[in-house]
Design a protein around this ligand. Sequence first.
Ligand code: HEM
Ligand code: HEM
Length: 356
Amino acid sequence: MKRWTNLALFVLLGLAFVTGWVAFFYATAPSRASLIVHAVSGYAIVALTPWKSVIASHGIRRRRSGWWASVVLTALVLVSVVAGILHSTGLLVSVGVISAMEVHVGAALVAVPFVIWHVVARRLPVRAVDLSRRSLLRAGALLAGAGLVYGAGEGVVRALTLPGWRRRFTGSYEYGSLDAALLPATQWMFDSVPTIDPASWRLVLRAGSSVRQWTYDELLAFDDRVRATLDCTGGFYSTQDWSGVWLSRLLACFQTDGGPLPPPCGEGRGGGPVAVAAAGSVHVRSLTGYDRRFSIESAGRLLIATRLGDQPLDPGHGFPVRLVAPDRRGYWWVKWVTAITIDELPSWWQLPFPMQ
Ligand code: HEM
Ligand code: HEM
């Protein structure tokens, strides 16, 4: 049972970690599917506490070297699970500017080196017996039990109409929708807000040897509109009205095999997104170096936004222009865009999450 418990914890930690990130990657249905597996693996980890306590107290009594690191690991997993449950039930979604989701993911990230150390230092050899019928039955029972706990938890949240009842399928909570002033300004990890002079700023579009620069005033002349939901991995979402120009319209300048079309290329007003078809992908880069890559087909649904709720953007929200990528998580909505390039690389040629 000891070996099985540790092995189960190992698999479940990996599963919780991967499914958490898969959920963060999507702002569409796969996010929920992944979160169900995520929550069940989280509860299964908790369900193993009675068995793991026996193993742990034995290890602690022996004062094996580095035992304190295992205690830190225990604390981190505990903090992560408690913050996850506080978020999901809505009992405590944030304290000041820190959200329970940030604590949840932060603690899990800090735990990673501790888990690696723990597994390497306390390793037990995996034997064929670990895949025995009995082990598999135990695993099935554990997951079924954890699934029931998850289902019951969701039932309680609903029955008591706890705030968690109102969260979106991604687990995020609504905040300040259709009130531009309330939209929080958050940065991915280490990105910071630059100061940009709109007079000298240019949006540079490149496709092969063709280059077209757009000034802020030129872009302000467009009024393509979209109502889109920004779903932040920090645990909130906000639906807002954005206006600017569909990226496909600007890219239409590069549709000829010769260089850019002469003006008024891309200057049509008020039409829907222009379909753009070509190989490769569109690379959108911020002044800060932050970047994301999209398929060219999606350009008809990407807005180069100059306004939020009919007002120019403020620096925190990406002034002078930012990308609005409906149905994508907030970290795809590149701010302070300066360069958009079409190249031959496929759209999956990037880290799933930016490192900046
Ligand atoms: C939720 C994740 C886990 C937590 C919180 C945790 C916690 C602990 C603690 C507090 C100890 C006692 C202190 C020590 O000996 O360092 C311990 C011991 C141990 N753990 Fe873990 N652990 C976890 C996952 C794992 C995993 C995934 C494995 C193996 C693949 C593992 C294998 C062991 C072993 C072999 C011992 C030594 C027991 C002994 O000396 O008798 N643990 N764990
Ligand atoms: C040690 C690793 C982790 C464990 C044990 C864990 C466990 C949990 C638990 C127990 C919940 C509450 C589920 C519920 O009641 O619905 C939860 C929620 C959540 N976790 Fe994790 N988690 C871990 C890491 C992560 C990571 C790394 C991410 C993202 C990158 C993540 C994203 C989420 C999200 C988005 C929710 C909210 C789900 C919802 O509200 O429906 N988790 N997690």
